[in-house]
Write a protein that binds this ligand. Sequence first.
Ligand SMILES: [Zn+2]
Length: 203
Amino acid sequence: MTKHAKKLKVHCPAMKLRGGLKAPKTTLRVSYHEHTVGLPWADIRPLIASAFRHVQREAFRTLRENFLLRSHTWTPDLILAKGQNGYWWGRATGSISRVFIGKLHTEPRQSVYPRYKDMPIMWHRDWQEQLLGLVAHELWHRWQPGHGKPAEIMCELVESDAIDTYRKEQGYTFTPPAKPEPVELVSNRFVAMSDRACESINS
Ligand SMILES: [Zn+2]
């Protein structure tokens, strides 16, 4: 069995948009490490394609003022590999987005961008949504000018919208699990340290 990653292509046609702007015809090149990820491409491709369609169409339509008019054709690279210890993470450098697939969870999970405070909180129903969302996030970095928190917030919003698009395409809705009731403090009295404890500290 070959250890080389599969090279796959996902195409997205040019889109005419209002205001004379045109989303370019684009191709996504995916390097996919099936032997480490442990999932067949047939399971992965629809998720990648949905994220890519969203970035190229809806996200571009909504956030087009942020689009970097670099070229008429855009060929991003996406590398999908297995993360270590079940952790999910992604990184975008230049034209290459890397997404590391973590634990394939089937229970809903809450997600928040870890590096900054006050980032939007979102839910992933399962690993499929997490993968799709992370791909959309990392791909949008290619189109998002700037860096740091403002850029990451835009990428997080694109991620959230891409997941909504996928849910619509698949014809399901997702409601996050109910939060447990916050525990009310019955008493807020200060409990004084006993004299004996004070004695032992002073001794
Ligand atoms: Zn990011």
